[in-house]
Design a protein around this ligand. Structure first.
Ligand code: GRF
Length: 216
């Protein structure tokens, strides 16, 4: 059983997709051990509560220095004894000590096809504004392991979504969530829980053989 800790900042629709997938057996061998939010008002905390998952808030705003926050934050994370940490719309920079302690055991969902529209400053609606501004015809989402860079870690899964005439950043954001994020984040967690994701030379290798018959 993989112990999963989710880190959130907002509405928590990605968290909900994970909770639903666990409840419906689309993610196997996983227990959602807890949810930590940096935002006391995050609706994601309500979703955790409704699912009977422990939730808490730890905000950098409540600490005098970032070092102090990072220390308490890491302590809180460790208390859940996670095997995997899932950043489900988490907007706080992960402390370097946490990244090295959990190398290739922290995953993030980013609402673009990395390496497009990613890195510093590309979060939330800004990603979709930039995509529309550039006039790309295909966008999407990426699940990746977290390393010391911003959106630079090994890519696990990506899914493309078409841009449509008349899209606004808000409409596009919603379509990317529905058609890509809510699908590939639970899928990636399941793949990891089944031991099917390896990182070799900075890239992931997904074992596609599991679940297939000899004829395939
Ligand atoms: C998602 O678009 C995610 O990719 C981004 O923030 C949003 C979080 O939404 N980083 P939610 O809190 O899961 O509803």
């Amino acid at each position: 059983m993989l112990n999963v800790l989710a880190l959130v900042s907002g509405g928590g629709t990605n968290l909900q997709a994970i909770l639903d997938a666990v409840a419906q057996g689309r993610i196997k061998n996983v227990r959602i051990a807890g949810v930590i939010s940096n935002n006391p008002k995050a609706y994601a905390l309500e979703r955790a509560k409704a699912a009977g998952v422990p939730g808490e808030c730890i905000s950098p705003k409540n600490f005098a220095t970032r070092d102090e926050f990072n220390e308490k934050f890491l302590e809180a994370v460790l208390s859940y004894k996670p095997d995997l940490i899932v950043l489900a719309g988490f907007l706080v920079v992960i402390p370097p000590a946490m990244i090295s302690k959990y190398r290739n055991r922290i995953i993030n969902i980013h609402p673009s096809l990395i390496p497009s529209f990613c890195g510093t400053g590309y979060y939330g609606l800004k990603v979709h504004e930039a995509a529309l501004e550039r006039g790309v015809k295909v966008v999407g989402a990426t699940v990746h392991f977290v390393d010391e860079g911003t959106d630079t870690g090994p890519i696990i899964l990506q899914k493309a979504v078409e841009v449509q005439l008349g899209d606004t950043p808000e409409i596009l954001q919603k379509r990317v969530m529905e058609q890509a994020e809510w699908k590939i984040l639970p899928q990636a967690i399941d793949l990891i829980a089944q031991g099917r994701v390896q990182v070799i030379n900075g890239k992931t290798v997904i074992d596609e053989s599991a679940g297939k018959t000899d004829d395939e």
